[in-house]
Design a protein around this ligand. Structure first.
Ligand code: AMP
Length: 311
């Protein structure tokens, strides 16, 4: 079984109340792959410039991820993003976005990447997501992430690609922006009417919620005393969520499988935010992930006690 991911591979500059990094490896596909590679074989698709070195390629190859479709563009510069977080780590300001090699990228997937059972269209121009979707006809499960920038400047293309996926993963406020609906449930129901069978709302430090036609399931973020850099938390969550589903492909996608996928996404995102950039997910060990998943099951479970309500 394998997962193909297309999305940004980046250099990020990040400022949080806990430190500054001028240039570190980042990108939506990078964070996704580092998480999903704990659960399944990952193939990464995307361009980088010739400023992208062996050390960065080695990180992309973590846990055996395949980088045959990471195209090194001679004379090109790698995608660059700069962001700043305030004391409230749930809000961030984008200071700079340079598409660079993504501007003229035309994805041509190798045989191996086209044959993936699972496809993740990580955050990048919706037009590129569409081109990759068309090449992965065999995929049994396709999930997609996006962001406010693409809702602002490429909404029609974005809606077109959403119609062709099984699962949309998006921030709460972006779901409302995309649909013009005032709350999470009405926004998610609108999107379920477009084609996807599930919507996952990312809610930052408050966790995430899964909405299907007959299910609602919410998990808080893993309670951590130290969070230094939330960059990539959403993509890491998606890596755990989609990775878990990929590891079960062929089985029925039951509510139980989806809830456990949420737990793996949540646990993995917690390792991402404890350190800057990709550091947390490069270092994480399977046993530590399992410990946090078990904790999450404990936190989420309670037996019903019916109160004698006074009326
Ligand atoms: P997240 O914190 O999960 O929203 O993802 C942050 C990552 O998204 C960073 O590593 C950035 O490089 C990447 N990113 C930021 N803006 C964009 C964009 N417009 N298109 C694609 N990737 C982006």
């Amino acid at each position: 079984m394998s997962i193909t991911v297309v999305g940004s591979i980046a250099f990020d500059a990040v400022e949080t109340p806990f430190g500054v990094r001028e240039r570190m490896l980042g990108g939506a596909a990078t964070h996704f792959a580092l998480a999903a590679s704990l659960l399944d074989q990952v193939r990464i698709v995307g361009p980088v410039g010739d400023d992208f070195g062996e050390a960065e390629l080695a990180v992309l190859r973590t846990r055996g991820s395949n980088i045959d479709d990471v195209e090194r563009v001679a004379g090109g510069k790698t995608f660059f993003w700069k962001g700043k977080y305030g004391w409230d780590l749930n809000t961030r300001e984008t200071l700079d976005t340079q598409l660079n090699v993504f501007e003229h990228f035309a994805p041509k997937l190798s045989e191996g990447s086209r044959a993936a059972d699972v496809l993740f269209l990580a955050n990048i121009q919706p037009g590129l997501q569409l081109q990759v979707r068309e090449q992965c006809e065999m995929a049994k499960f396709v999930a997609l992430d996006s962001m406010n920038l693409w809702i602002d400047i490429a909404r029609d293309e974005l809606v077109k690609i959403i119609e062709q996926v099984d699962c949309l993963v998006l921030n709460d406020e972006e779901l409302r922006q995309l649909t013009g609906k005032p709350n999470l449930i009405s926004a998610a129901r609108e999107i379920l009417g477009w084609g996807p069978s599930m919507v996952v709302a990312k809610q930052g430090e408050y966790g995430s919620a899964l909405i299907t036609a007959d299910e609602f399931f919410a998990l808080p973020a893993y309670p951590l005393p130290t969070v230094v850099d939330p960059t990539g938390a959403g993509d890491t969550f998606a890596g755990g969520f989609v990775g878990f589903i990929a590891s079960r492909i062929g089985e029925e996608l039951s509510g139980e499988v989806l809830r456990n996928a949420m737990a793996y996404g949540t646990a993995l995102a917690s390792f991402n935010v404890e350190r800057f950039g990709t550091e947390g997910l490069e270092a994480v060990q399977a046993a530590a992930v399992h410990e946090r998943v078990v904790d999450l099951h404990r936190f989420a479970r309670f037996e019903p006690i019916t109160a004698d309500l006074i009326s």
